[in-house]
Design a protein around this ligand. Structure first.
Ligand code: MN
Length: 230
């Protein structure tokens, strides 16, 4: 096969068993913790879950330096539990949904908040706020065989060692099986898909030089540094 140019490299994410997880697509859940929905000016009780996506190539690994992205003055962190899908399926029942999970990781859904909110208020897509280069830092993926399924446990985010987000996975409005089930009615889930499950309250801005760490009980922490402008 003669290609017009060199194809882009596939995105891989390291696993705790020493292998590489081929990343296919990145799905993100919007507003999945009540206190965060309220801080964003929304009523958490009246909304079905909704989704947005990021390119697989936005995934970067632990230790990455994230260039401060262009066209924003309000770049935000969002600590999230990430589900790594190992088996494809459509219209997956909640009861068997966890069978589709290969593992779990810490994640950070980095966001150009000013662009996201402008788009939101105008009823426009969120891509310019959310689907940003290097905006999906991902920690080591731990297989279910090693850590089991995570439905409770502390989730925290620290900027320069100061705690900014401090919640519990048990506070998720839509649980992991519910998210997988609903998502699979909209798209056929594929092995390699990642699901960022939403962030708790306490989101805020980061600037060049900040060190941002996400901790989830039972998983390896994820640390990235914000670099100079891209
Ligand atoms: Mn998020």
């Amino acid at each position: 096969m003669t290609t017009v140019f060199e194809p882009a490299p596939h995105t891989f994410a390291p696993t705790s068993d020493g292998r590489q997880f081929p990343v296919r697509r990145v799905f993100c859940v919007g507003r999945n913790y009540a206190a965060h929905a309220r801080e964003m000016g929304r009523d958490p009780d009246r909304e079905a879950p909704f989704f947005f996506t990021k390119w697989a190539e936005t995934v970067v690994c632990d230790g990455a330096v994230i260039p401060y992205p262009p066209q924003t003055g309000n770049f935000h962190y969002e600590a999230e539990l990430v589900v790594a899908i190992g088996k494809g399926g459509t219209n997956i029942a909640q009861e068997g949904a966890l069978d589709y999970v290969w593992g779990y990781a810490t994640g950070n859904d980095l966001t150009r908040r000013d662009l996201q909110l402008t788009a939101r208020e105008a009823g426009r897509p969120w891509d310019s706020g959310k689907n940003v280069e290097a905006s999906a830092p991902l920690g080591l993926i731990h297989p279910v065989d090693e850590v089991g399924h995570l439905s409770a446990g502390a989730i925290r985010l620290l900027v320069n060692e100061v705690i900014k987000q401090d919640a519990d996975l048990a506070d998720l409005i839509w649980s992991v099986p519910e998210v997988i089930s609903i998502l699979s009615t909209l798209w056929t889930l594929q092995p390699g898909d990642l699901i960022f499950t939403g962030t708790p309250a306490g989101v805020g801005p980061i600037v060049t030089g900040d060190v941002v760490r996400v901790e989830i009980e039972g998983l390896t922490p994820l640390t990235v540094t914000v670099g100079p402008a891209a």
